[in-house]
Design a protein around this ligand. Structure first.
Ligand SMILES: Cc1cc2nc3c(=O)[nH]c(=O)nc-3n(C[C@H](O)[C@H](O)[C@H](O)COP(=O)(O)OP(=O)(O)OC[C@H]3O[C@@H](n4cnc5c(N)ncnc54)[C@H](O)[C@@H]3O)c2cc1C
Length: 501
């Protein structure tokens, strides 16, 4: 296994590993391990225990909360050399299980599934950033456009093998341990039983990636999914892939936000819709301005394009898109749009163009932040990931936009309108605007909490959003989550600084 030792060597050879897409920087590891197997992960953990060092787990660093940003003097474990598919287990004609190493990227899984060998199966969670590693997405319970229909990562994980802070190992299969008497039990391969009492913690009705998943009657595996590397290290992950239906997508442009939101209301009532993604005028302007930086040429936007909805529909043997076109067309017209103002993603070229459109928006925001950071080092990404129950979404959104507009800051809005989960991204131009963006961010989180929402619906808490997690759950519930952590990791060695202080 490759190991880079000493802070100078790490700084010189592995500078990229010191931050993630948030551009937040904390410290420099003393050693970085690149395991190639679960026994390599165990030996990195044993080294940390022997040297009494903390451990930071590093995925593809596409996270935007500083979750994989190393703490000073730690042992860092990067999973980039663990990217194999270990086993493929067919389950009949409609689904199959894939046991993967944690460092495999979503792109690599997609490429495998598109091969004849992959039999045109697909892995339903589709976070926009396909460079993310499976381990990182399971640690954050990532979600994507299709989560509107298929749910977040959690819904597609069948088993995980873990290495605990003690160096012990365990394999947790879904359904093999469901909580009884408000407790979960984890039995390691070495024979230790960890009994984990489950506190009663109020978790709201919205899509959520903030804090530990805790529910009566829950499955043990769900405690680990979304725990942001604070409970265990994933050494292998078994995902369930499904037979790919015929997906049809389109990007429809609207004259106003209100018109686009009305079309989303229509789509929510339609069958077989699997994604309803929104792009504000701010996102469309950003794309227009940076058109030349995109990897795929985009056509001119239709006239009066002040908002857009990227939708996806899947056909089955019974319902074809053809049968819906008339109804959809008249709904578009009622909302001031049309089929002519829609870019179709019905073939490979069209859908690649829509994928580029969707991926480019957050990417361009990140690039703008990176450019400003060269002149103003404290500038970093400030992006909201809050969600509220759908019935409260319209009024909460209006309140949030009012607060942002008053600030005069440069911002971009896009996201998962189907779930009432939009991202507000600030692009601060200097230190003063950075401070202002953080103040506005505080207000956005307060509005979400007040409305029974979450401070993170998909990106997680990492190191940057701890204060909001505390506000969302309150001190007592956070204390109970910390107790769970200390049962499995008494020294709080794994991913220190994530979730809790
Ligand atoms: C352009 C862009 C678009 C994005 N779009 C989305 C989106 O649509 N939906 C979404 O949810 N997110 C999105 N993200 C955020 C990011 O891609 C996700 O948070 C992703 O899950 C991070 O994966 P990663 O491999 O990069 O992990 P990292 O960022 O490297 O790490 C994330 C967390 O996982 C932990 N971790 C990594 N590997 C392991 C392991 N083996 N065991 C235990 N813990 C581990 C890390 O310590 C850290 O806490 C986007 C990011 C970008 C840059």
């Amino acid at each position: 296994m490759r190991v880079v030792s000493g802070q100078t060597a790490v700084r010189e050879q592995l500078a990229d590993l010191l931050t993630d897409e948030s551009r937040y920087i904390e410290g420099v590891p003393d050693k970085v391990f690149f395991p190639e197997s679960d026994s390599d992960i165990r030996s990195a953990v044993e080294t940390a225990n022997r040297e009494n060092r903390r451990i930071t787990l590093i995925g593809a660093r596409t996270g935007i909360t500083g979750g994989s940003v190393p703490v000073d003097g730690c042992i860092a474990i990067s999973f980039s050399s663990m990217n194999r598919i270990l086993h493929v287990i067919p389950e009949g004609s409609d689904t199959a299980l894939l046991e993967c190493e944690p460092g495999i990227t979503l792109k690599e899984i997609e490429t495998y599934l598109k091969n004849p060998e992959g039999k045109r199966f697909f892995y339903p969670p589709d976070p926009t950033e396909t460079g993310a590693q499976l381990g990182g997405t399971v640690a954050t319970n990532a979600s994507g456009a299709r989560s509107y229909r298929y749910g977040p990562t959690r819904a597609h994980i069948e088993a995980v093998s873990v290495v605990l802070a003690s160096g012990e190992t365990a394999t947790i299969k879904r359904g093999s341990f469901v909580s009884r008497n408000e407790a979960l039990a984890l039995v390691t391969d070495q024979g230790t039983t960890y009994l984990i009492p489950l506190p009663s913690i109020q978790q709201g009705p919205v899509k959520n990636a903030a804090g530990y998943f805790i529910k009566p009657g829950m499955d043990l595996i769900d405690l680990f999914i979304g725990s942001e590397g604070t409970l265990a290290i994933f050494s292998s992950i078994t995902i369930r892939v499904r037979k790919e239906p015929h997906f049809l997508s389109g990007l429809t442009f609207f004259p106003s936000r209100k018109a686009a939101f009305s079309f989303a209301d229509f789509l929510r009532k339609e069958q077989q819709v699997c994604a309803i993604e929104y792009f504000d005028s701010t996102a469309i302007s950003l794309l227009a301005e940076h058109r030349k930086e995109l990897s795929i040429a985009l056509p001119d936007f239709p006239p009066k394009s002040n908002a857009a909805i990227l939708w996806e529909f899947f056909e089955d043997d019974v319902i074809l898109f053809e049968d819906r076109v008339e109804r959809w067309e008249s709904a578009m017209k009622e909302c001031g749009s049309s089929i002519d103002a829609t870019w179709a993603g019905f073939d490979e070229e069209g859908s690649a163009r829509l994928r580029e459109f969707r991926h480019a928006v957050p990417e361009l925001v990140n690039n703008a932040i990176a450019r400003t950071k060269t002149r103003f080092p404290i500038v970093r990404k400030v992006s909201s990931d809050a969600a509220v129950p759908l019935e409260r979404f319209p009024s909460v959104f209006n309140e949030q936009i009012r607060v942002i507009k008053q600030s005069g800051l440069h911002y971009v809005v896009f996201g998962h309108l189907g779930d009432g989960h939009l991202h507000f991204n600030f692009i601060p131009g200097d230190d003063r605007e950075m401070a202002q963006a953080l103040q506005i961010y505080d207000q956005l989180m307060a509005i979400a909490i007040l409305n029974n929402g979450t401070v993170s619906a998909e990106h997680g808490i990492g190191k940057l959003k701890k204060a909001y997690l505390q506000k969302m759950f309150g001190e007592e519930s956070i204390g109970k989550m910390k107790e769970i952590r200390l049962i499995l990791d008494p020294q709080a060695r794994l991913n220190p600084g994530n979730l809790f202080d």
